[in-house]
Ligand binder design. Structure first.
Ligand code: B16
Ligand code: MG
Length: 210
């Protein structure tokens, strides 16, 4: 068996709860377009790219847009989202995040981020956790969305590790599928009902602390 010496982290839903800020911004866009967008609709956007999220939102509101209109709407949502991100601080970190990153550092594991978000560098900065990461692979550096394993394969490569030497922490089904397709150990932040196929289930990173 390969020893695990690398940790690859998804961002939203694993290290930090940014879903609520995404929700506020998408809801604002929906209201501007004249329909409502519920918190349960928002569940469908977790781990999904910005443009795919907009497609889902338009589906919910039964609207269509051409590509130019979609790009403008996504940019507007992102401006609002980034405004909310400026209010972000350590309080948004999920339980155990900082302690577990510190623990992994002490254990000399390599650490990378593997997120769909194009705002990942700003979020890490706002949370004061950038320094823990040996590599950041995010929505700016991948061309194929999860469940494609690209984001995690790039993360392992950036750490100079084989996929088998890495564990992935994920809160979305597409992310668990991506980790398994990439040949990594998948640790789900969630339940087997919502996230089938993972190697282990935790409630939060707090459960990983010794
Ligand atoms: P942005 P993750 C994902 O983050 C979010 O879960 C998802 O809701 C969002 O649409 C996506 O990032 C893109 O984010 O608009 O900031 O580029 O879970 O992959 O860390
Ligand atoms: Mg996530």
């Amino acid at each position: 068996m390969h020893e695990i010496i690398g940790a690859l982290f998804d961002l939203d839903g694993v290290l930090v709860d940014t879903a609520k800020y995404h929700y506020l911004a998408w809801k604002r866009l929906a209201h501007e377009l004249g329909f409502d967008f519920s918190e349960s609709d928002n569940e469908r956007l977790k781990g999904v790219s910005r443009m795919r999220s907009l497609e889902i939102l338009l589906e919910v509101g039964n609207r269509t847009m051409n590509l130019v209109e979609m790009e403008a709407a996504a940019a507007k949502k992102n401006e609002w989202y980034v405004e909310y991100l400026h209010t972000l601080d350590d309080a948004a970190l999920l339980p155990g995040t900082k302690a577990y990153l510190e623990y992994l550092r002490e254990q000399k594991l390599s650490i990378a981020l593997g997120s769909a978000s194009k705002n990942a560098p700003l979020i890490l900065e706002k949370l004061n956790i950038s320094g823990f990461f040996d590599a950041v692979i995010d929505g700016n550096s991948v061309s194929k969305a999860k469940p494609d394993p690209e984001v995690f394969l790039k993360g392992a490569a950036a750490l100079s590790l084989a996929p088998k030497q890495c564990m992935v922490f994920e809160d979305s089904l597409a992310g668990i599928e991506a980790a398994k397709a990439g040949g990594m150990t998948a640790i789900a932040v969630g339940t087997p009902e919502l996230l089938p196929g993972a190697d282990r289930y935790i409630r939060s990173l707090e459960d990983m602390l010794p």
